[in-house]
Write a protein that binds this ligand. Structure first.
Ligand SMILES: [Fe+2]
Ligand SMILES: [Fe+2]
Length: 162
């Protein structure tokens, strides 16, 4: 558990599943790191690096979320996967525009990323949250253990960034 919640995070974002909340907080932290890089005029290279981390971590997070929804027989599983594909497409296309110099890393980009992240959690992730909170967490315990192991492997890679 981290000492402080990242800026932008509040309990309103909680889906009631600690592992998922931690991952969402990490996504907010990465968006905050882009904010810090812009504010400190660290240049586009630093921001691009964080943007790459954000895309990679988003893929990891979506894969685990999809695993949870599938394992837990969430009825909106397929629709949620389509939303994830669209969200990844959006952020990858933003990343490509940045890398090709068509779009500058700016506060507008941050605004886009914050909206992209918070809207998906508050509107769409909350749907599986409601489902798991009304259907119990029994089927979820095995998944949680496996996801924890998977995240530990990922953290080795991520650790160097923090
Ligand atoms: Fe999520
Ligand atoms: Fe999601």
């Amino acid at each position: 558990m981290r000492k402080e919640d990242p800026a932008g995070w509040s309990d309103d974002y909680s889906v009631g599943i600690p592992e998922i909340d931690e991952q969402h907080k990490t996504l907010f932290e990465l968006v905050n790191k882009i904010h810090d890089a812009i504010s400190a005029h660290q240049g586009s290279a630093a921001s691009r690096e964080v943007m790459d981390q954000l895309v990679e971590y988003t893929r990891v997070h979506f894969a685990l979320e999809q695993n949870l929804m599938h394992t837990g027989n969430f009825p909106g599983y397929k629709e949620h996967c389509v939303l994830h594909t669209n969200l990844i497409d959006e952020v990858v296309s933003m990343q490509e525009k940045i890398n090709s110099g068509k779009v500058a890393i700016s506060f507008e980009l941050l605004h886009f990323l914050r909206n992209w992240l918070s809207k998906h959690i508050l509107v769409e992730d909350k749907q599986y949250a409601r489902y798991f909170n009304t259907h119990g967490h029994d089927q979820f315990s095995n998944w949680a253990r496996r996801s924890d192991e998977a995240m530990k492997k990922q953290r080795k890679k991520w650790w160097k960034f923090w």
